[in-house]
Structures are given as structure tokens and as C-alpha cells.
Write a protein that binds this ligand. Structure first.
Ligand SMILES: [Zn+2]
Length: 284
């Protein structure tokens, strides 16, 4: 991606220096109880990873706050996510304005190990997520190492896709789609997973719509589209199941298969039109 270092985004909230043991949150360790956290995030995290299996009952991950050197070593990464954050939000703001709708800016919270959000406390194992209550996107930068090494999705545009997907949830929140989906999940529990998949695939499609704008503005490079498509496939429910040695079961999918995720990202990219992202009406 042809990105420029424009410094830090005004919509960045850097909480990395607090470390993961709840410093800055009143002193004690963040109580990472199991019940409260997981379900709230099922909709909005980048992956449908089963937190119970990852996190177990082992209690909170604790770690010392990072040194200044460690934080400094990540500064280029911070500048990169700042650029993508501002670019994606600039695009949606313009799109909203054209439709006469206000775009409420989302804040990107950078954290390490665990974070207290308006949706509850989350361990980094949650992966990047969006919280509709406080309008923030939460990201532990170490996820990007995992994306490359564990998920097999390298490249700066893979990272941009992840952020654009979470901001896609913010767009859904601003348009009322997220609330509609959550209400429907409550009234039709039997369709809850399908509604979740529709919500996630729409966020993927919105990420593709942004990517189309990035391409039109000449900031995408050869290979970027493939990095995005590959990343979307890498966080597909079937890919994740296979990686952990489970047999994929479509009925339990919450985010969509690799094929569906990359296909909807591509639909957004090909059309550049958010109206083409009606995963609820079209089926998937
Ligand atoms: Zn999502």
C-alpha cells in the first residue's frame, strides 16, 4: 500500500503503556471472568474464534507494562494504522455526507494483552473488535504478527483489511444495521448464527468498498488486493476450524467461510457501492 506517514491520527487512543494487568484502570488486575466478555464480542471481532477454548479458565493474562523502547519500536506500525484509520474514515465520512447523514468518528484504541471497553473486558485473544457501545475499535498490534505468522496472511493490505472490516461494523452501527441485526438475533434465536454471518460478511463487503476507493485514489499497489482477499479467507470460520484441528460445521459459523468472506470483500471492491453489500437481503 502506498501510505504516507502523517503522524498519529487524532482519533487514536494509545493505551499500550498501561500493559495488560489493568494498570490505569484502578490498580488491580482486570477481572477477566468468562461469562461476561465473550458473547458481546461474538458479533464484532474479526474472527469467530472460540474464546473459551483459547482462554480457558486460567484467569487473566498479566504482563508488565512495555518499556519505552518497546513502544518506540512499534511507532511505524502506529503511524501505519493511523493512516489507514484516517483514510477509511475519511472515505465513509464523505460517503455519508453525500447521503446527508452525519458520520460519527470512531476512535481506534491500541492496547496490549487486555483492555477494558464499553462492551466489557477483553483479552487480546479476542482479536481486533468493534464495540458499538463506545464506538471504538480495539486493536492489540501483536495481532498483526499473528495474522502473518499464524494465519498466513502477510502484507500491509491484510492489516488494512482488518481495520477496514472493524470500521465496517462502525458504519453498520451508524446506519442502525447492527442494532437491527442484534434485535433479530434475540427474536429469532434459531437464525442468530445466520444473522451474525450476514453482519460479518457485510463488514467485509464494506472493507472492499473502501478498498475500491483506495484503488481509485492510487494508493493500492500490485498485490494489495490479493493480500486483502487472502486475509479475508484466513479468518473464515472453516479456515480457523481446520487450523485448530476441528471439522468445520457450517451451522456453527458466525463469520462466514473463507470463500464467502473473500467473495464479499471482492464484491465491495468490484462495485465500490455500499448498496451492493446487502448480505441480509441477498443471502450469502
Ligand atoms: Zn466483524
Amino acid at each position: 500500500m502506498k501510505w504516507e506517514d502523517r503522524g498519529r491520527s487524532p482519533n487514536l487512543d494509545d493505551r499500550r503503556a498501561r500493559g495488560g494487568a489493568g494498570r490505569g484502570l484502578g490498580g488491580g488486575a482486570i477481572p477477566l471472568g468468562i461469562g461476561g466478555i465473550v458473547l458481546l464480542f461474538a458479533l464484532s471481532a474479526i474472527t469467530g474464534i472460540d474464546l473459551l477454548s483459547l482462554f480457558g479458565l486460567g484467569g487473566a493474562p498479566t504482563s508488565a507494562p512495555p518499556s519505552q523502547q518497546e513502544l518506540q519500536a512499534e511507532e511505524e506500525q502506529v503511524r501505519f494504522v493511523s493512516f489507514v484509520l484516517d483514510d477509511v474514515q475519511g472515505f465513509w465520512q464523505e460517503t455519508f455526507v453525500q447521503s446527508g447523514i452525519d458520520y460519527p468518528a470512531s476512535t481506534l484504541v491500541l492496547y496490549r494483552d487486555a483492555v477494558e471497553s464499553g462492551c466489557g473486558v477483553a483479552p487480546a485473544a479476542t482479536g481486533p473488535f468493534y464495540c458499538p457501545t463506545d464506538l471504538n475499535v480495539y486493536l492489540d498490534l501483536s495481532f498483526y504478527d499473528q495474522l502473518r505468522s499464524r494465519y498466513g496472511a502477510p502484507g500491509d493490505f491484510a492489516q488494512a483489511y482488518v481495520l477496514a472490516h472493524e470500521l465496517g461494523h462502525h458504519v453498520q452501527n451508524a446506519l442502525g444495521t447492527l442494532a437491527m441485526s442484534q434485535r433479530s438475533q434475540q427474536t429469532q434465536p434459531g437464525s442468530a448464527n445466520q444473522l451474525s454471518v450476514a453482519t460479518e460478511l457485510q463488514a467485509d463487503c464494506y472493507a472492499g468498498v473502501w478498498a475500491a476507493s483506495a484503488a481509485a485514489r492510487g494508493i493500492m499497489e500490485v498485490g494489495d488486493l490479493e493480500e486483502g482477499l487472502n486475509a479475508a479467507a484466513a479468518v473464515g470460520d472453516d479456515t480457523l476450524a481446520q487450523r485448530t484441528g476441528r471439522i468445520p460445521n457450517q451451522e456453527t459459523f458466525t463469520h462466514g467461510s473463507a470463500e464467502q468472506r473473500s467473495r464479499w470483500f471482492h464484491t465491495g471492491y468490484e462495485t465500490g457501492d455500499p448498496n451492493a453489500c446487502d448480505t441480509f437481503a441477498q443471502g450469502f
